[in-house]
Write a protein that binds this ligand. Structure first.
Ligand SMILES: [Zn+2]
Length: 250
C-alpha cells in the first residue's frame, strides 16, 4: 500500500496491526530457511482479513536457535540476532507504528526462541510510550502453536505428542507448509528418524551431535496437507477470537 492507504488504516488507532516475527533458521532437509516467517505471515494475513487488520512486513530474523527447540546455531543456514537486537528491532517498529497512530497490536510469533524477546519488546515499548504520554496501546501476543487444543492434538498425533519444542521441522510445521507453500516442501528428502533426546540441563558450547543429523527434532514423515488444514483452521480461529476479545473498539 502507499502512504495514504496506510494513514487511512492506521491513524485513529482502531485497526489491529499484525506484526509477524520469524527467523532465518534451518528447518530440516525438506523445509526452507524462512519457514518461521512464512507460517506466522500466513496466520497474520488470514486473521487480519477476518478482523479488518493490517499486516506489517515480517521480521525475517529472530533470536538464536536453541538446540532443544530449533536444533542450534551450528546448523548451516541459521542466521540469528543477539537478544538485544531482537528486542530493539521489534520495540522500534512498535514505537514507529504508535507514532503513526496505531494502538492495537497483534504480535504473531513464529519462532519458539523469540518468545521472551517479543515480550520484553512489548514491555519496553509500553514503558517508553507512557513517557511520551501514550497510555492506550494494547497488545495481544501470540505463538500460534498455543492455540492447538487437546482434541486437535489427538487428531494430528494419534501416536502421542512430543511437545511443541520437538515439533521443529516436524509434523506440525511441515503439514502447514504443505498447504501454504507446497512447492517449497521437499517431501522426497524426508527421512524418518527418532525424536531428539536431550538431558534436562544445558551445556555450552553445545554438543552439536545431540541434534539429529537431519536438523528436524522429530520426524516429519507423517505430515499431510489434511493435518495442515486442521492446524491452520484451529489456530486462525483462536487468533481471531483473541483479537476480537482483547482488542475490540471502545
Ligand atoms: Zn520453525
Amino acid at each position: 500500500m502507499a502512504w495514504p492507504e496506510f494513514e487511512a488504516r492506521v491513524k485513529g488507532g482502531d485497526t489491529p496491526v499484525f506484526m509477524p516475527i520469524g527467523s532465518h533458521e534451518q528447518h530440516g532437509l525438506h523445509l526452507p530457511l524462512n519457514t518461521d516467517c512464512l507460517v506466522p505471515t500466513a496466520f497474520a494475513e488470514r486473521a487480519a482479513k477476518e478482523v479488518g487488520g493490517v499486516v506489517v512486513p515480517t521480521f525475517v530474523y529472530g533470536y538464536k536457535s536453541q538446540q532443544k527447540s530449533g536444533g542450534g546455531q551450528h546448523v548451516p543456514g541459521t542466521l540469528s540476532l543477539d537478544g538485544a537486537t531482537t528486542i530493539g528491532q521489534i520495540k522500534d517498529i512498535i514505537k514507529e507504528l504508535a507514532r503513526n497512530g496505531a494502538r492495537r497490536f497483534v504480535m504473531m510469533n513464529g519462532h519458539y526462541e523469540n518468545q521472551a524477546y517479543m515480550v520484553e519488546a512489548i514491555d519496553l515499548a509500553l514503558r517508553e510510550l507512557r513517557w511520551e504520554g501514550i497510555r492506550d496501546a494494547r497488545f495481544v501476543a501470540t505463538n500460534y502453536w498455543d492455540f492447538i487444543d487437546k482434541p486437535t492434538i489427538e487428531r494430528i498425533y494419534p501416536d502421542g505428542f512430543l511437545g511443541a519444542e520437538l515439533e521443529h521441522a516436524g509434523v506440525m510445521e511441515t503439514s502447514m507448509m504443505l498447504v501454504l507453500h507446497p512447492s517449497l516442501v521437499r517431501m522426497d528428502r524426508v527421512e524418518d528418524h527418532k525424536p531428539a533426546s536431550f538431558p534436562p540441563y544445558d551445556v555450552y558450547p553445545i554438543k552439536g551431535e545431540l541434534t539429529p543429523r537431519q536438523g528436524s527434532l522429530s520426524s516429519p514423515r507423517k505430515a499431510t496437507k489434511e493435518k495442515g488444514e486442521i492446524l491452520l483452521d484451529v489456530c486462525t480461529k483462536g487468533i481471531v477470537g483473541a483479537v476480537r476479545k482483547e482488542l475490540a473498539k471502545g
